[in-house]
Design a protein around this ligand. Structure first.
Ligand SMILES: [Zn+2]
Length: 449
């Protein structure tokens, strides 16, 4: 294959890079990595200091694997001194976005005009994996304002692809449905639970969702797949309601990039000219294919705020072998959980999401809350509050049996009226339902952050 690239405001787009032999792909990545390191070294106050401290000179990086010699960047650094990462004069900043702040203080990410081009290219590629073309009309049912990067990224990416967009947002189910009916979009971007809520709303109105015009449903925010790529109960709910196979996508605000499934839905593809992804264990050692660990990303071709080996806190695994779609780009598995939420119950390591997925599969559960706490033995314990209208005592056993089978867990299960659980979920005025409550003391010896 002939490789070529062109410049769009100095952004290098390597057409066909996803199909290159791994070695060829790596040599392009090495070149882009060297640029990234050199740029961070010369323009980022944070990295200038970090490089000097660790005695590393970007010129010492001769092969891609040398990246592993560089220290990690954690969100803590950003939270401590956000603007030490700014690598351009303030006048070059085009847009500022922020993380949601679900794990501590939100952080701000400054993007230049070129970064916005890069972001658009990133999403154009991601949508391309789903088979989207300029013929498509996409309804964007995710937040596009409030400093969120995602909605804005999809908007720019779809425009760059040449597709049409309907930018409605996630606020109003009725209006979303009415637009689907009137404008007949062929694609939709939404959070899975919003698609379920839309289907429920449609049912109440006597409308069918299985015959809707939507051909490509791209889901963000919540994982719809188990580690073996089978659908989670949430994924099943969406696909059953809409009668369509869905695509999962995963994005990282700090790195201004996303990973997305192709039509084979066997892992989320990375864009090799925009990111180098690694999976590492708790000690920071690189892991092999299929081994579960933390996703670390080094975004390439970033101008405003470059990051090197950024620890995402998300747990997954990597797949290096060629995909059935022909792409050789590195893939990651579904996100299994957040690192800081990892539980170790009676020797079994698991994430709250696994418990939640098991609960979602049980009929008659209206709502729930999973709570982790530190027992008198200083180990993790789990309590599950289940909201149901079922009054028979056998229901509690059903829940316990299912959790044991699906999550290898024997937790305390407390059956409660759904209204009581509702109060717990939104305690303290939380806008988002607190389905996992972490009440662990954090004093346990040896627990990593
Ligand atoms: Zn593929």
């Amino acid at each position: 294959m002939v490789l070529w690239f062109y410049f769009t405001m100095n952004l290098k787009i390597f057409k066909g890079i996803d199909y290159l032999k791994p070695q060829e792909q790596k040599s392009i990545q090495l070149r882009l990595l060297k640029n990234t390191l050199q740029r961070a070294y010369s323009t980022s106050p944070f990295y200038k200091k970090a490089f000097a401290k660790s005695g590393i000179n970007p010129d010492n990086i001769k092969k891609l694997e040398d990246l592993q010699r560089l220290p990690f960047t954690t969100k803590n650094y950003l939270q401590k001194d956000n603007w030490a990462f700014l690598s351009v004069p303030k006048s070059k900043v085009a847009e500022i976005v922020a993380t949601t702040g679900t794990t501590g203080e939100p952080v701000f990410i400054a993007l230049t005009e070129r970064d916005l081009e890069r972001l658009a290219e990133n999403e154009k590629k991601s949508f391309g994996y789903t088979g989207a073309t300029s013929e498509d009309l996409f309804q964007i049912a995710v937040t596009s304002d409030n400093l969120f990067i995602a909605g804005m990224a999809y908007y720019r990416g779809l425009l760059r692809l040449g597709a049409g967009v309907v930018r409605i947002g996630a606020q109003n189910a009725g209006r979303n449905l009415s637009l689907i009916k009137k404008l007949k979009p062929t694609g939709m971007v939404a959070v899975p639970s919003f698609m379920v809520a839309l289907a429920r709303h449609a049912k109440e109105e006597g409308l069918s969702t299985r015959n809707a015009s939507l051909k490509k449903i791209v889901l963000i925010g919540e994982s719809i797949r188990n580690p073996d790529f089978s659908l989670t109960s949430l994924g099943k709910l969406v696909e059953d309601a809409w009668g369509r196979k869905c695509f999962s996508t995963y994005g990282i605000t700090e790195a201004a990039l996303s990973f997305c499934e192709c039509i084979y839905r066997n892992g989320l593809h990375s864009h090799p000219d925009l990111v180098i992804a690694e999976i590492v264990d708790d000690k920071g050692n690189p892991l092999k294919d299929g081994e579960t660990g933390e996703l670390v990303v080094t975004p390439l071709q970033v101008e405003g705020m470059p990051f090197i080996r950024y620890k995402t806190g998300d747990i997954t695994f990597k797949i290096s072998e060629k995909c059935r779609c022909g792409r050789t780009s590195l893939r990651i598995g579904p996100i299994i959980g957040r690192k800081h939420q990892r539980l170790k119950v009676k020797g079994v390591t698991l994430y709250p999401k696994t418990i939640e997925n098991a609960l979602l599969e049980i009929k008659d559960i209206i709502n729930y809350q999973v709570e982790a706490y530190t027992g008198p033995d200083y180990t993790d314990h789990v309590r599950v509050l289940v909201g149901t209208d079922r009054k028979d005592p056998s229901f509690q056993k059903t829940v316990c049996d299912r959790l044991k089978a699906k999550a290898r867990l024997t937790p305390e299960v407390k059956i409660m009226p759904p209204k009581e659980i509702e109060k717990e979920l939104y305690k303290g005025g939380s806008r988002k339902a607190l389905t996992f409550k972490d009440s662990r003391s954090g004093l346990k010896p040896g627990r990593s952050a």
